[in-house]
Write a protein that binds this ligand. Structure first.
Ligand code: COA
Length: 248
Protein backbone atom coordinates (compact mmCIF):
# COMPACT_ATOMS: atom_id res chain seq x y z
CA UNK A 1 0.00 0.00 0.00
CA UNK A 2 2.73 2.46 0.98
CA UNK A 3 4.58 1.53 -2.20
CA UNK A 4 1.53 2.45 -4.29
CA UNK A 5 1.26 5.82 -2.52
CA UNK A 6 4.92 6.51 -3.23
CA UNK A 7 4.19 5.98 -6.91
CA UNK A 8 1.59 8.75 -6.73
CA UNK A 9 3.77 11.13 -4.71
CA UNK A 10 6.79 10.68 -6.94
CA UNK A 11 6.66 12.61 -10.23
CA UNK A 12 7.99 10.85 -13.29
CA UNK A 13 10.91 12.87 -14.62
CA UNK A 14 11.47 13.48 -18.30
CA UNK A 15 14.50 11.69 -19.70
CA UNK A 16 16.99 14.53 -20.18
CA UNK A 17 20.42 14.55 -21.77
CA UNK A 18 23.25 14.87 -19.28
CA UNK A 19 25.26 18.07 -19.00
CA UNK A 20 28.63 17.27 -20.61
CA UNK A 21 31.24 18.08 -17.98
CA UNK A 22 33.60 20.95 -18.73
CA UNK A 23 36.57 22.62 -17.06
CA UNK A 24 38.12 26.05 -16.93
CA UNK A 25 41.12 27.78 -15.44
CA UNK A 26 40.24 30.22 -12.66
CA UNK A 27 41.99 33.54 -12.17
CA UNK A 28 44.14 31.98 -9.42
CA UNK A 29 45.38 29.32 -11.87
CA UNK A 30 43.36 26.43 -10.42
CA UNK A 31 41.24 24.25 -12.66
CA UNK A 32 37.53 23.97 -11.94
CA UNK A 33 35.32 21.17 -13.22
CA UNK A 34 31.57 21.70 -13.68
CA UNK A 35 29.59 18.48 -13.90
CA UNK A 36 26.15 17.10 -13.32
CA UNK A 37 25.64 15.35 -10.00
CA UNK A 38 23.27 12.48 -9.50
CA UNK A 39 20.82 11.84 -6.69
CA UNK A 40 23.21 9.62 -4.75
CA UNK A 41 25.64 12.51 -4.37
CA UNK A 42 23.14 14.95 -2.86
CA UNK A 43 23.78 13.86 0.77
CA UNK A 44 27.44 14.79 0.24
CA UNK A 45 26.45 18.36 -0.68
CA UNK A 46 23.69 19.06 1.85
CA UNK A 47 25.87 19.62 4.97
CA UNK A 48 27.88 22.33 3.20
CA UNK A 49 24.73 24.13 2.08
CA UNK A 50 23.22 23.80 5.55
CA UNK A 51 26.04 25.77 7.17
CA UNK A 52 25.39 28.70 4.84
CA UNK A 53 21.82 29.03 6.10
CA UNK A 54 23.27 30.95 9.03
CA UNK A 55 25.31 33.42 6.99
CA UNK A 56 23.25 36.57 6.61
CA UNK A 57 25.78 38.40 4.47
CA UNK A 58 24.88 38.71 0.80
CA UNK A 59 21.64 36.77 1.41
CA UNK A 60 23.42 33.46 1.73
CA UNK A 61 20.87 32.42 4.39
CA UNK A 62 17.74 32.55 2.25
CA UNK A 63 19.47 31.17 -0.83
CA UNK A 64 21.06 28.31 1.14
CA UNK A 65 17.73 27.47 2.83
CA UNK A 66 16.03 27.27 -0.54
CA UNK A 67 18.86 25.32 -2.18
CA UNK A 68 18.79 22.87 0.72
CA UNK A 69 15.06 22.30 0.17
CA UNK A 70 15.52 21.96 -3.59
CA UNK A 71 18.35 19.45 -3.23
CA UNK A 72 16.35 17.47 -0.70
CA UNK A 73 13.32 17.55 -3.00
CA UNK A 74 15.50 16.22 -5.81
CA UNK A 75 16.95 13.52 -3.56
CA UNK A 76 13.53 12.38 -2.33
CA UNK A 77 11.76 12.68 -5.71
CA UNK A 78 9.57 15.56 -4.64
CA UNK A 79 10.22 17.91 -7.54
CA UNK A 80 9.59 17.57 -11.25
CA UNK A 81 12.47 17.57 -13.75
CA UNK A 82 15.19 19.16 -11.63
CA UNK A 83 18.91 18.89 -12.38
CA UNK A 84 21.92 19.84 -10.25
CA UNK A 85 25.42 20.82 -11.37
CA UNK A 86 28.44 21.07 -9.08
CA UNK A 87 31.62 23.04 -9.57
CA UNK A 88 34.71 21.43 -8.01
CA UNK A 89 38.36 22.32 -7.60
CA UNK A 90 40.51 19.27 -6.75
CA UNK A 91 37.31 17.54 -5.68
CA UNK A 92 36.37 20.37 -3.32
CA UNK A 93 32.90 21.76 -3.94
CA UNK A 94 33.07 25.48 -4.73
CA UNK A 95 29.63 26.12 -6.22
CA UNK A 96 26.30 24.47 -6.81
CA UNK A 97 23.67 25.43 -9.38
CA UNK A 98 20.29 23.94 -10.15
CA UNK A 99 17.15 24.44 -12.15
CA UNK A 100 14.17 22.74 -13.66
CA UNK A 101 12.63 22.11 -17.03
CA UNK A 102 9.14 23.64 -17.30
CA UNK A 103 8.44 22.44 -20.85
CA UNK A 104 10.58 21.75 -23.93
CA UNK A 105 10.95 25.49 -24.63
CA UNK A 106 11.22 27.01 -21.16
CA UNK A 107 13.69 26.44 -18.37
CA UNK A 108 13.42 27.62 -14.76
CA UNK A 109 16.67 28.66 -13.14
CA UNK A 110 16.59 27.92 -9.42
CA UNK A 111 19.81 28.91 -7.66
CA UNK A 112 23.50 29.60 -7.83
CA UNK A 113 25.47 29.27 -4.61
CA UNK A 114 29.15 30.06 -4.50
CA UNK A 115 31.16 28.47 -1.69
CA UNK A 116 34.43 30.22 -2.48
CA UNK A 117 34.44 33.96 -3.00
CA UNK A 118 36.26 36.28 -5.33
CA UNK A 119 37.01 33.92 -8.25
CA UNK A 120 33.73 34.19 -10.20
CA UNK A 121 33.11 30.48 -9.57
CA UNK A 122 29.38 31.31 -9.18
CA UNK A 123 29.36 33.26 -12.43
CA UNK A 124 31.02 30.37 -14.29
CA UNK A 125 28.66 27.81 -12.76
CA UNK A 126 25.66 29.96 -13.72
CA UNK A 127 26.95 30.19 -17.30
CA UNK A 128 27.25 26.39 -17.39
CA UNK A 129 23.66 26.05 -16.25
CA UNK A 130 22.48 28.45 -18.99
CA UNK A 131 24.54 26.45 -21.48
CA UNK A 132 22.68 23.34 -20.34
CA UNK A 133 19.29 24.95 -21.00
CA UNK A 134 20.11 26.69 -24.27
CA UNK A 135 22.74 24.47 -25.96
CA UNK A 136 22.08 21.00 -24.59
CA UNK A 137 18.32 21.06 -24.00
CA UNK A 138 17.81 23.52 -26.92
CA UNK A 139 15.38 25.66 -24.94
CA UNK A 140 14.24 29.08 -26.11
CA UNK A 141 14.51 30.87 -22.79
CA UNK A 142 15.31 30.49 -19.11
CA UNK A 143 13.32 32.28 -16.40
CA UNK A 144 15.51 33.81 -13.72
CA UNK A 145 15.20 35.88 -10.54
CA UNK A 146 17.83 37.30 -8.19
CA UNK A 147 17.62 37.19 -4.43
CA UNK A 148 20.69 39.32 -3.80
CA UNK A 149 22.21 42.50 -5.24
CA UNK A 150 25.29 40.49 -6.32
CA UNK A 151 23.01 38.04 -8.11
CA UNK A 152 21.21 40.96 -9.80
CA UNK A 153 24.54 42.35 -11.00
CA UNK A 154 25.77 38.98 -12.19
CA UNK A 155 22.64 37.89 -14.09
CA UNK A 156 20.32 40.82 -14.90
CA UNK A 157 23.04 43.35 -15.67
CA UNK A 158 25.90 41.24 -17.06
CA UNK A 159 23.59 39.26 -19.40
CA UNK A 160 21.20 42.20 -20.00
CA UNK A 161 18.23 39.99 -19.20
CA UNK A 162 14.77 40.83 -20.53
CA UNK A 163 11.81 41.45 -18.25
CA UNK A 164 9.04 38.85 -18.11
CA UNK A 165 7.32 40.52 -15.20
CA UNK A 166 3.93 39.05 -16.09
CA UNK A 167 5.33 35.58 -15.27
CA UNK A 168 5.65 34.79 -11.55
CA UNK A 169 8.87 32.87 -10.98
CA UNK A 170 8.71 29.61 -9.04
CA UNK A 171 10.98 31.16 -6.41
CA UNK A 172 8.42 33.00 -4.32
CA UNK A 173 6.30 34.24 -7.22
CA UNK A 174 8.69 37.12 -7.90
CA UNK A 175 8.54 38.78 -11.33
CA UNK A 176 10.68 36.80 -13.77
CA UNK A 177 13.54 37.87 -16.02
CA UNK A 178 14.50 35.94 -19.11
CA UNK A 179 17.70 34.77 -20.74
CA UNK A 180 16.80 34.09 -24.35
CA UNK A 181 18.92 32.17 -26.83
CA UNK A 182 19.75 35.51 -28.51
CA UNK A 183 21.05 37.00 -25.24
CA UNK A 184 23.05 33.85 -24.53
CA UNK A 185 24.60 34.00 -28.00
CA UNK A 186 25.69 37.60 -27.31
CA UNK A 187 27.31 36.55 -24.01
CA UNK A 188 28.97 33.44 -25.43
CA UNK A 189 32.39 34.96 -26.09
CA UNK A 190 32.71 36.85 -22.85
CA UNK A 191 30.76 35.22 -20.03
CA UNK A 192 30.69 31.57 -21.06
CA UNK A 193 34.05 29.87 -20.64
CA UNK A 194 35.34 26.31 -20.42
CA UNK A 195 36.72 23.45 -22.46
CA UNK A 196 35.75 19.88 -23.26
CA UNK A 197 36.51 17.11 -22.84
CA UNK A 198 37.68 17.31 -19.25
CA UNK A 199 41.06 15.53 -18.93
CA UNK A 200 40.49 12.04 -17.52
CA UNK A 201 42.45 12.61 -14.30
CA UNK A 202 40.66 15.86 -13.54
CA UNK A 203 37.24 14.33 -14.10
CA UNK A 204 38.11 11.23 -12.07
CA UNK A 205 39.12 13.47 -9.15
CA UNK A 206 35.79 15.31 -9.36
CA UNK A 207 33.83 12.06 -9.46
CA UNK A 208 35.85 10.39 -6.70
CA UNK A 209 34.31 12.45 -3.90
CA UNK A 210 32.63 15.77 -3.22
CA UNK A 211 35.05 17.26 -0.71
CA UNK A 212 34.03 20.03 1.73
CA UNK A 213 34.70 23.67 0.81
CA UNK A 214 37.97 24.81 2.40
CA UNK A 215 37.12 28.51 2.55
CA UNK A 216 33.34 28.89 2.59
CA UNK A 217 31.55 32.17 3.43
CA UNK A 218 31.27 32.47 7.18
CA UNK A 219 29.16 34.44 9.61
CA UNK A 220 30.84 37.75 10.52
CA UNK A 221 33.32 38.00 13.37
CA UNK A 222 31.45 41.02 14.71
CA UNK A 223 28.80 39.33 16.80
CA UNK A 224 27.00 42.58 17.56
CA UNK A 225 26.59 43.44 13.91
CA UNK A 226 25.28 39.96 13.25
CA UNK A 227 22.93 39.90 16.20
CA UNK A 228 21.44 43.39 15.90
CA UNK A 229 19.10 42.10 13.23
CA UNK A 230 18.18 39.20 15.50
CA UNK A 231 17.32 41.64 18.32
CA UNK A 232 19.97 39.89 20.41
CA UNK A 233 22.48 42.50 21.49
CA UNK A 234 24.35 40.17 23.79
CA UNK A 235 24.97 37.70 21.00
CA UNK A 236 23.80 34.86 23.25
CA UNK A 237 21.48 33.20 20.78
CA UNK A 238 24.04 33.42 17.99
CA UNK A 239 26.78 31.92 20.16
CA UNK A 240 24.39 29.19 21.21
CA UNK A 241 23.38 28.52 17.62
CA UNK A 242 27.01 28.28 16.53
CA UNK A 243 27.81 25.93 19.39
CA UNK A 244 25.00 23.64 18.30
CA UNK A 245 26.20 23.73 14.72
CA UNK A 246 29.73 22.84 15.76
CA UNK A 247 31.06 26.31 14.99
CA UNK A 248 30.79 28.19 11.72
C1 COA B 1 25.81 35.56 -6.47
C2 COA B 1 26.99 34.64 -6.39
C3 COA B 1 26.59 33.24 -6.87
C4 COA B 1 28.10 35.16 -7.29
O1 COA B 1 29.21 34.31 -7.16
P1 COA B 1 30.64 34.65 -7.80
O2 COA B 1 30.46 34.94 -9.26
O3 COA B 1 31.53 33.52 -7.45
O4 COA B 1 31.10 36.01 -7.17
P2 COA B 1 31.54 36.34 -5.64
O5 COA B 1 30.40 36.14 -4.76
O6 COA B 1 32.81 35.65 -5.29
O7 COA B 1 31.88 37.86 -5.79
C5 COA B 1 30.89 38.82 -5.98
C6 COA B 1 31.49 40.16 -5.74
O8 COA B 1 31.90 40.25 -4.39
C7 COA B 1 33.29 40.52 -4.32
N1 COA B 1 33.95 39.66 -3.34
C8 COA B 1 35.10 39.03 -3.50
N2 COA B 1 35.44 38.35 -2.41
C9 COA B 1 34.51 38.56 -1.56
C10 COA B 1 34.35 38.14 -0.25
N3 COA B 1 35.23 37.38 0.39
N4 COA B 1 33.24 38.54 0.36
C11 COA B 1 32.38 39.32 -0.27
N5 COA B 1 32.50 39.76 -1.51
C12 COA B 1 33.57 39.39 -2.15
C13 COA B 1 33.85 40.16 -5.65
O9 COA B 1 34.94 40.99 -5.90
C14 COA B 1 32.72 40.41 -6.59
O10 COA B 1 32.69 41.71 -7.04
P3 COA B 1 32.44 42.01 -8.58
O11 COA B 1 30.98 41.70 -8.83
O12 COA B 1 32.76 43.44 -8.73
O13 COA B 1 33.31 41.08 -9.36
C15 COA B 1 27.56 34.54 -4.93
O14 COA B 1 27.83 35.84 -4.48
C16 COA B 1 26.60 33.87 -3.96
O15 COA B 1 26.57 32.65 -3.89
N6 COA B 1 25.84 34.71 -3.23
C17 COA B 1 24.89 34.23 -2.23
C18 COA B 1 23.73 33.53 -2.86
C19 COA B 1 23.15 34.31 -3.99
O16 COA B 1 22.85 35.46 -3.90
N7 COA B 1 22.96 33.58 -5.10
C20 COA B 1 22.36 34.14 -6.28
C21 COA B 1 20.91 34.10 -6.11
S1 COA B 1 20.16 35.03 -7.36
Amino acid sequence: MSIDLEKILRPVDMVLPEFPAKYMTLSNGQEMVVRQVNRDEIPDILPHVEKLMHVERDYYHIVAARVYAELLAYYTYRVQDEYVLAAQVNGEIVAVVNGRIVNPDIGMSFHTLSMRRGLRVGAHAFAAKMEYHIDILKQKEVLIVAESPIGFRRWMIEYKLEKRFHIPHELGGCPSWSLTKELFDKARNTLVVGRRPVPEKLLAKAHAAILPPTDPPKAPEDLLAATRSMLDNTGTSLIDMRRKLGGI
